[in-house]
Write a protein of this length. Structure first.
Length: 375
């Protein structure tokens, strides 16, 4: 708790720090960002307490960043190039200290006939998680390139949409981990039901290429979808359809597929969001997975510049054979806006229960204090 108190002092200093944005040219701005946090984690490597010990620690993180904005979000073309460096330091487990970089480019096009999005990025990531029951850092580099576009027919209320996405995950030679490349191409035809709602028919093609002798996967998702707003309170998108997986080796599989993100404005100050999905995937060890996820989040305005939120997330992941993992997380947070600084205090509880037991099951409590600035 002493270290948490020191972290609180650091956040207070951040709130009083002056930052300056730089205008490089007309509609070209240089923006500075910063994030500092201190957290206490009672199980940093997600040990089960029997096979692998539960180790607690206090963790400090500093993430300075810089971004160049071309244009404005309300213009036809807007793009942002950003870079961040995340410095994580453990008080006791110093062998887990990391310095991770991330660079991203995103762009949006808004035109009455053609609209679209583009993103490209490279991120160094790490997760304190057991792999096949062995605790440690799951280190990986992720490269992503993707985009989507929509074309509106002249004089019609219908659109054609097409996208692509490439993801390459490199586990840096981790024992038992399989690098993967995923190519995704969604396509759909949508039509306007009314001024605020659209329906569509679509198909998504996805190919997952796994390193070594691990069999690749080819997936299809045939779906019908809705997006828009119903009344003054409900908005979002939802799709439902058929998932098909065709592995390079083994039997084909089919399942009900769905994906939705819905937002409900309960009151003028309170909003609730619901996320649901059911899809195929692959694990870090290259195993085929079927994962059902559910996320529920509520936010409310507690006072002027003060907000609160609560969340619950659940996922059920099935592996080949008899293994099934059930994962739950619960969280509470309070945020304050102090000038250009957002300060938040949060608590999260995570629990994973595996049908094969052993070191694959764990529980974790995380308490954190974070300050974020953008200027």
């Amino acid at each position: 708790m002493k270290n948490l108190a020191l972290g609180a002092l650091a956040l207070t200093a951040l709130a009083g720090t002056s930052f300056a944005a730089v205008s490089l040219a007309d509609n070209v701005n240089l923006v500075f960002t910063g994030r500092v946090s201190v957290s206490y984690d009672d199980n940093i490597q997600l040990g089960d307490g029997t096979i692998n010990p539960e180790i607690d620690d206090t963790i400090f993180n500093l993430t300075p960043g810089i971004a160049i904005e071309f244009g404005r979000p309300d213009q036809v073309l807007f793009s942002v190039l950003s870079f961040t460096e995340s410095l994580t330091r453990y008080v006791d487990s110093t062998n887990l200290n990391t310095s991770l970089s991330s660079i991203n480019l995103r762009a949006t096009l808004k035109d009455p006939k053609i609209s679209g999005n583009f993103n490209a990025g490279y991120s160094q990531l790490v997760a304190n998680t057991p792999v096949s029951g062995v605790p440690g850092l799951l280190r990986r580099n992720v490269t992503t390139i993707g985009g989507d576009g929509k074309y509106s027919f002249t004089g019609e209320k219908s659109k054609i949409g097409l996208g692509f996405n490439y993801d390459f995950t490199d586990y840096l030679g981790g024992v038992g981990l399989v690098n993967s490349k995923t190519f995704t191409v969604p396509a759909n035809y949508s039509w306007e039901v009314d001024a605020k709602q659209n329906l569509s028919l679509g198909v998504r093609y996805r190919q997952t290429q796994l390193a070594g002798a691990t069999p690749d996967f080819t997936d299809y998702y045939y779906n019908v979808a809705w997006d828009g707003q119903i009344g003054a309170k409900l908005s979002g998108n939802a799709s439902i359809g058929l998932n098909q997986r065709k592995p390079q080796a083994g039997k084909d599989e089919s399942s009900l597929g769905f994906n939705s993100a819905l937002n409900w404005k309960a009151t003028d100050k309170t909003g609730v969001s619901l996320n649901l999905s059911n899809d195929f995937g692959s694990s870090s060890a290259g195993q085929s997975q079927k994962t059902l996820t559910l996320g529920l989040n509520a936010t409310t305005e507690l006072a002027a510049n003060v907000s609160g939120s609560a969340k619950v997330n659940y996922s059920s992941t099935r592996y080949p054979g008899t293994r099934k993992d059930d994962y739950w997380s619960y969280g509470l947070s309070v945020g304050w806006k102090i000038g250009i600084v957002d300060v938040s205090a949060a608590y999260e509880y995570k629990e994973n229960t595996s049908s094969i037991g052993g070191a694959n099951s764990y529980a974790d409590n995380l308490l954190s204090l974070t300050g974020t600035v953008r200027y």
